[in-house]
Design a protein around this ligand. Structure first.
Ligand code: ASP
Length: 310
């Protein structure tokens, strides 16, 4: 990402940019484990977390990432701010500009909101998830987690399973994994797989029994009921019966296949606890750890590429 000003999407990123980011994140992962992160790197820089939608992992890991390398971090609770009094996104942008923030991390329910803000603020904008569009840092942390365990991404077969239609995680992962040479399969009911998605170079399956054989990575997604019109899925129990991942289903994938989930998990709906908590097969904890390293790398690289006009 040399000299990039914002991180808005995986779409449009080239393999060397992604690889550079993963390499820097890998170094941060090691520094974090040894407690040697460069604590003054972002001294004097301000990072604002602006979350219009709920988040646990993403917001806290951006906060931790910023603090670990010395930025001043402010979390704006949107419901407590003037946005709930009717202030528009662009008024909010003007306020943030006046505060001279350097890095703005934005999550919003509308696809494209971070890109709109990026046109209006002086800060570097990082998309922390916009509607059903993209969640670039999630795809980067997933790629780093896979690369560390499997040693590569190229040639791997990755199955992304469940509610693809409402998932920005799926979209960013499809784009990133395909760009770096992995083969992506999508598995889910026809109602939860967008028409035309095959144009992105993926293969679609409507049953786990058909889609899982031969896979190296099985990535599970929750049903995003908050974005669904009603009637797209049967009951939770029926969904688990057809698309849930338990050990018996996992046995259909390669013997060394590993399981991922971006969270939040709905245990017993898309994933069985015995799989989610299996230290031999589940990468879910490591994904969270790599989330901090990836976000440190993103903040570091964006700060290098951008000096604010004062
Ligand atoms: N945490 C992820 C996201 O914000 C996935 C999810 O919500 O299911 O997109």
């Amino acid at each position: 990402m040399p000299h990039a000003r914002h991180l808005l999407a995986i779409e449009g990123m080239h393999p060397p940019q992604i690889t550079e980011l993963l390499d820097v994140a890998e170094a941060y992962a090691l520094l974090n484990r040894s407690g040697n992160a460069p604590r003054d790197l972002l001294r004097g820089k301000t990072l604002i977390n602006l979350f219009f939608e709920d988040s646990t992992r993403t917001r806290t890991s951006f906060e931790l990432a910023g603090k670990r390398i010395g930025a001043d971090v402010i979390n704006m609770a949107v419901s407590a701010s003037s946005v709930s009094k009717g202030e528009t996104l662009l008024d909010t942008a003007a306020t943030l500009n006046a505060m001279q923030c350097d890095l703005l991390v934005v999550r919003h329910g509308q696809s494209g909101a971070p890109a709109l803000l990026a046109q209006k603020v002086d800060a570097s904008v990082i998309n922390a998830g916009d509607g059903t569009h993209e969640h670039p840092t999630q795809a980067l942390l997933d790629a780093l987690t896979i690369r560390r365990r499997k040693g590569r991404l190229e040639g791997l077969i990755v199955a992304i399973c469940g509610d693809i239609a409402h998932s920005r995680v799926a979209r960013s992962n499809i784009l990133l994994l395909s760009t770096l040479g992995a083969r992506v399969r999508l598995i889910g009911p026809p109602t939860l797989i967008p028409a035309e998605i095959e144009q992105l170079g993926v293969t679609v399956f409507h049953s786990m029994e058909q889609g899982l054989p031969g896979t190296d990575i099985v990535m599970m997604l929750r049903l995003q009921r908050e974005r669904m019109v009603s009637g797209l899925v049967p009951s939770a129990r029926e969904f688990f019966r057809r698309y849930g991942l338990d050990h018996a289903r996992l046995a259909l994938a390669k013997p060394d296949a590993l399981v991922m989930h971006p969270g939040p998990m709905n245990r017993g709906v898309e994933i069985d606890s015995a799989v989610a908590d299996d230290p031999e097969r589940s990468l879910i904890r490591e994904q969270v750890e790599m989330g901090v390293a990836v976000r440190m790398a993103v903040l570091d690289l964006l700060s290098r590429g951008h000096s604010r006009n004062v």
